[in-house]
Design a protein around this ligand. Structure first.
Ligand code: 5GP
Ligand code: MN
Length: 358
């Protein structure tokens, strides 16, 4: 295929690219880090860059706030990832001794939870590589592109712009394609830009293991996870027809009954959004330290606003989340009390909601 690689970097600021190249050239030990509860894009972008930096002779390390989900274990060299909650002294040493820190897929220190102080107080300069709105980070170079599908898309563009495309190997390509696939929900959202498919093609040419990503990361689940999600949809789905929204809540006893493990409810929040006429979907899960809220929408309905206003969170317009300190019932009540505040964002013309209630 004869695509000019440089056609991919039309969005990037050339000065930032030059500064990026200079900092990489000057650095040996490079830490790659991401947000808490890392997802496919967070791990895909950090581990993808890890493979690239290794290929060009650097000493990179991936340092993440907490354990990544089971679904990402298939990624090449996943075991190289240093987890702060498990190996605090090791992670601390890596950060203290590094020459450069690349902050991937998050826009503010608080998204790193308990890892934030270590990264914020580090001596090494930081570079931001992210696609969330309103970045608030103290970095020497900033690549912030909320219009991009994923941080992995942005990483690909940076690699291409730096002239490092030839160093991108199969492992790096598999990691980057993982973020592209997971953040676009398998190319269903945030992927209107045709460049995304050009990048997909380029990664496939590099040998990215697409089928493995789909099997391991999009489809595979445990028996208990399938049962938990089925139970949630059958018994716990509340619909608020006049507000075009729906809510699923899962409490500790329910999660325990299905021996909940991290990642088991992945994708659940998307399911009710398939109902014709539904505009947004909220999922609340009782985690040990907080109520974790996930929100998804269609028609540009700003669920990020709801998460920001009510649940101390944020994210993307149509895919966001937050954390609520209090009981699950309080969290549910607050949401229901404020439902009508957000009716003004519903689309003016919309298909009929396809539900029959008794
Ligand atoms: P998920 O629902 O998959 O956990 O998160 C979807 C998106 O919402 C994430 O990619 C992230 O951008 C955002 N998000 C999730 N949880 C939080 C949170 O606690 N705070 C903020 N600011 N954003 C979040
Ligand atoms: Mn992302």
């Amino acid at each position: 295929m004869q695509i000019e690689i440089t056609s991919m970097d039309k969005y990037l600021n050339p000065t930032s690219v030059k500064e990026f190249i200079k900092l990489i050239e000057e650095s040996e030990r490079i830490v790659l880090t991401c947000h808490v509860h890392p997802d496919g894009d967070a791990i895909g972008s950090t581990l993808g860059l890890w493979h690239l930096l290794k290929a060009i002779g650097k000493q990179p390390s991936v340092v993440v706030p907490d354990v990544p989900p089971r679904s990402l274990r298939f990624l090449p060299d996943f075991n190289e990832i240093a987890v702060y909650t498990r190996h605090d002294p090791y992670c601390t040493r890596l950060v203290d001794e590094c020459d450069l820190i690349l902050c991937c897929d998050f826009n503010k220190p608080s998204r790193q939870d308990h890892l934030a102080p270590l990264i914020q107080e580090a001596k090494a300069p930081k570079i931001l590589i992210d696609h969330h709105e309103e970045p608030d980070m103290d970095c020497v170079v900033q690549f912030s592109y909320p219009e991009m599908s994923s941080t992995c898309e942005l990483v690909f563009r940076i690699i291409a712009a730096c002239g490092l495309y030839s160093d991108l190997n199969r492992s790096a390509a598999t990691c980057l394609l993982t973020g592209l696939i997971t953040d676009t929900q398998n190319f269903t959202v945030n992927c209107k830009n045709p460049d995304v498919y050009e990048i997909l093609t380029k990664l496939m040419e590099k040998g990215a293991e697409k089928d493995k990503i789909i099997t391991e990361c999009v489809k595979a689940c445990s028996y208990n996870s399938l049962k938990l999600k089925s139970y949630a949809i059958c018994d716990k789905l509340e619909i608020f027809p006049e507000h075009r929204c729906c809510l699923i809540t899962l409490g500790r006893d329910e999660l325990d009954k299905y021996q909940y493990e991290k990642g088991d409810t992945e994708g659940l929040v998307n399911e009710p959004l398939n109902i014709r006429g539904m505009v947004y979907s909220i999922f609340m899960r009782e985690d040990p330290d907080c109520i974790k809220v996930s929100a998804r929408s269609k028609h540009n309905f700003p669920v990020s606003k709801i998460c920001g206003d009510l649940f101390n969170g944020g994210g993307h317009l149509q895919a966001s989340g937050g954390e609520f300190k209090g009981s699950l019932e309080e969290c549910r009540k607050i949401f229901i009390e404020h439902l009508s505040d957000y009716d003004k964002y519903l689309p003016k013309r919309i298909e009929k909601l396809e539900i029959k209630t008794e």
